[in-house]
Each structure stands twice: as C-alpha cells, then as structure tokens.
Design a protein around this ligand. Structure first.
Ligand code: UGA
Length: 438
C-alpha cells in the first residue's frame, strides 16, 4: 500500500521505517528540512536501539523516501498517517493542536482521490470528529477523505519491538471500508495473533489517554506509598514486590523513585484533565492532578534528602548526578526528572556535574547552565554526594569501591532504587533512597 507518514519525529520516523519494513511504499514528510535530509541519508535524528539498522534496510529496499512537500504527500498516499506532536499549551494543561491542524490544512486542498487520514498522535477526545469537518471544508469537490484514529502505544527504547509486535492494535473508524483498509495494512503484524480492537474514534482516542493515565497513576501510587513508608520506617521496595505478586495488581510500573517524566505521561495526564473539564466531567479525573502533584513531589523530596545528607545546605557543595535522560535507553531529556533535580541543586548553589552515557549533548542544549558530560569518573571527582537519578544499566556495573576513591564523601542517593545497596554499603558508602528504611 502507498502510505505517507506526516511528522518524522520520534513516533513518525519509527512508524515510517516499520511500515516500509513490512512491505509498504512509504513517503515520510516533515517541515524540518534538516531532519528530512538526515533521514534520507540514513542518519537517525535520535537514539533508539535498532532504529538505524531498520532505516538503512528500508532505504536500501527503495520502499522508503522522504520529502518536505505536502503536495507530493497528497499525491502519494492511499493512507496518510498524522504523527506530529501535540505538546502542552503554554497557557495551561490543554493539548496544543496547531501542528495537527496545520498538516490537515496543508494536505487537504491537494488531495485528488479518495483516501484515509489516520491520526496516531495523542489527542483530546473529539479530535477525529473535528478534523473530519475541517477536511470536508478543504478538499476539492468530489474528493472524499475519511478520518480515523489509530493511537500509538510505543515506549522509547523499545519502539521498534512495540511497533512490529505490539500488545494490541486499536483503530477508531467510522466505516467498514476504513476498518478493512487498516486491517489489510497491518496484516503482517496481525498475523502473529496481535489483538485488533476496532471501535469508534472517540473510544480509540480515549484508550490512549486512559492507558497513559493508568500507568502514571500506578507510578504515583507507589511513590505515595514511599512517602508513607518514609514516615513509618517501612520499605517500599518490599511492599511493591509483595502487592505486585497479586496478578490483579501486577509487578510492572511499581518501581518507586523519582517518578515519571518524558514527552508523554506528564503532558498527557494534564491534557486529559483539561479536556475532561471542558466536557463538564472534570471531577471524574481530578485525581490526575494529584497524580501529577505526587510525581512532582518526588523531585523536591530528592533535593531535600540531598540537602539533609550534606549537612543542611547545598551552597558550594560538589554534587555528581548519574543520568540526565528521562529514562534509560533513550537520549530524550524532555521533562526529565533527573535534570529537574540537577537544576534545583544548581539553583541552591551546588556545583553540579551531570553524567549520561548518551544524553549529555541534549542535556547541555536544554540546560546550558549545567555541566553535562559522558565521563563518569570525571563527573564524580571530588563529589560531596552522588545522586543516581536515571537507571542506566552501566551504573549497576560500577565498582563502588573504585568510585569511593574518587569522591570526597561516599554519600549516595539511589533515587531509582536500582543499585545493589548492600554492595555499596560494604564498600563504605552511606546509601539513602526514597521509601527505604535507613
Ligand atoms: C509512555 C507509555 O509507556 C507508552 O505506552 C506510550 O506510548 C508513550 O508514553 C507515549 O504516549 O507515546 P515512554 O514515555 O517511552 O512511554 O516511557 P515509559 O517507559 O512509560 O516511562 C515513563 C516514565 O515513568 C519514565 O520517566 C520512567 O522512569 C518512569 N517510571 C516507569 C517509573 O518511575 N516507575 C516505573 O515503575 C516505571
């Protein structure tokens, strides 16, 4: 099938290479000429395990090309995927849909034949219906473009696997024709027995925000328990393991610590709360504001713990921060809890040295005031305290005895509850973590 993927950011670029990989003829489209040039030359604009190989293979197959021209896109696609960003509006929590609207406005007047426009971005419920009217007013007479929604559930770091072998595919359609087109487009993926849920567009749009809200709530729930554990002298890691053995609860997404960040969960729960308010059902999801607050509090609690451990003031203290990205296996620093903590420490007068194996460059761009690098021992040299804020595997392999010789004081906060505390203590470190007894 001839597909266009409009918006070649993280979501779109991964979708485009995966669709080419399963045999479609794909045209990737973006307004950013530099990004398009890089992709066309086989250079990945972000770090994602497995992406580079797939991009090279797709380009070599001749089934993947790139352009900045929406007119070419209109001529090429039987199905147009919308993969542009839906960031948080500057004036509140609601989603900013101007990229989505701009793509539709640029594409629709050039359409010449019947086609399907399929949104993949995370949007407020009601967007498909709104775009249907918008497109109908823009297409040339006689042309029919149907809109459907097909939310994406991929995780950064596992994006290829999640796209080619997803837990489920969800499509929100308004006609059997659109459903048949999407079933056939995804046939190579569905052949492995992947559940396919075909529903109306409102439900499909809500599935995505409900899923992310549930995941965020699970994380904030366990972090709320960590606060109670701190007050009661109990251990949140054992608590999480014990409740997680109940399969109704499950063990995943119950890792207590610094909380969630990234380009999705924080903005999605805020946008959902804002949309529910517009629909007159704000109180039904008011708990999401608490989920957000609990999440933010883990950042201030971590800074407060660091302040206490170094004797009451951070001014003039040398602090080593391990990890800058919002999670491991990604170079994404958007709303990174680690960098939020590093910034607060810096604001309190600490001399902060941030280490990250792949995210140092993005961290420097986002926070030019911070020292960020990729030499671990250099970051820890002379430190009064070390904060483990993003759980890259390589931090688990550090020799605590070797690191103890480099720092000034062997004080560690493991804000991700991911390091072997007994080994660190045996090497002379004082180890503290949120929700763990001292
Ligand atoms: C998230 C969802 O997991 C995807 O299903 C969804 O498609 C995506 O958002 C999106 O909307 O596009 P992602 O942002 O890649 O994916 O990251 P997650 O793996 O969900 O992690 C989010 C944050 O939660 C990270 O900062 C991570 O450190 C934190 N986290 C995760 C915890 O603090 N504790 C946990 O137990 C799990």
């Amino acid at each position: 099938m001839r597909l266009t993927v409009i918006g070649t950011g993280y979501l779109g670029a991964v979708h485009a290479v995966c669709m080419a990989d399963i045999g479609h003829d794909v045209l990737g489209v973006d307004v950013d000429a530099e990004k398009i040039k890089a992709l066309a030359e086989g250079r990945a604009p972000f770090y994602e395990p497995g992406f580079d190989d797939l991009l090279t293979r797709a380009l070599a197959s001749g089934r993947l090309r790139f352009t900045t021209n929406l007119r070419d896109a209109a001529a090429h696609g039987e199905v147009h995927f919308l993969c542009v960003g839906t960031p948080q509006r500057k004036d509140g929590g609601a989603a900013d849909l101007h990229h989505v609207d701009a793509v539709v406005d640029g594409l629709a007047p050039h359409l010449t034949a019947r086609c399907l426009v399929v949104g993949k971005s995370t949007v407020p419920v009601g967007t498909t219906s709104r775009l249907t009217d918008r497109i109908a007013g823009l297409v040339p007479t006689g042309v029919r473009a149907e809109v459907a929604w097909n939310p994406e559930f991929l995780r950064e770091g596992f994006a290829i696997e999640d796209t080619l072998r997803p837990d489920r595919l969800v499509v929100g359609v308004t006609s059997p024709n659109a459903d048949a087109t999407l079933r056939s487009l995804y046939a190579p993926i569905l052949a492995a027995g992947v559940p396919y849920i075909s529903t109306d567009p409102n439900t499909a749009e809500l599935v995505k925000v409900a899923a992310n809200s549930f995941l965020a709530t699970k994380i904030s729930f366990i972090n709320a328990m960590a606060e109670v554990c701190d007050a009661a002298g109990a251990d949140v890691v054992t608590l999480a393991e014990a409740i997680g053995h109940d399969t109704r609860i499950g063990r995943r997404f119950l890792r207590a610590g610094l909380g969630f960040g990234g380009g999705c969960l924080p903005k999605d729960i805020r946008a959902f709360a804002a949309r529910a308010h517009e629909l007159g059902v704000g109180p039904a999801v008011a708990f999401l504001l608490q989920v957000d607050e609990i999440n933010q509090r883990q950042r201030t609690r971590t800074v407060a713990l660091a302040r206490r451990m170094v004797g009451g003031t951070l001014t003039g203290r040398r602090v080593a921060v391990l990890g800058a990205t919002f999670k491991p296996n990604s170079d994404d620093v958007r709303d990174s809890p680690a960098l939020a903590v590093a910034s607060s420490l810096h604001q309190e007068g600490a001399d902060v040295r941030v280490h990250d194996p792949v995210g140092a460059k993005n961290a420097r761009l986002a926070h030019p005031q911070l020292h960020c690098g990729s030499d671990l021992l250099a970051a820890c040299q002379g430190a009064d305290i070390v904060l483990h804020l993003t759980e890259w595997d390589q931090y688990g392999e550090v020799d605590p005895a070797e690191l103890a010789r480099v720092v000034d004081e062997p004080l560690l906060i493991d804000a991700r509850n991911a390091l072997p505390h007994d080994e660190w203590r045996a090497a002379g470190w004082t180890v503290r973590a949120l929700g763990r007894p001292t």
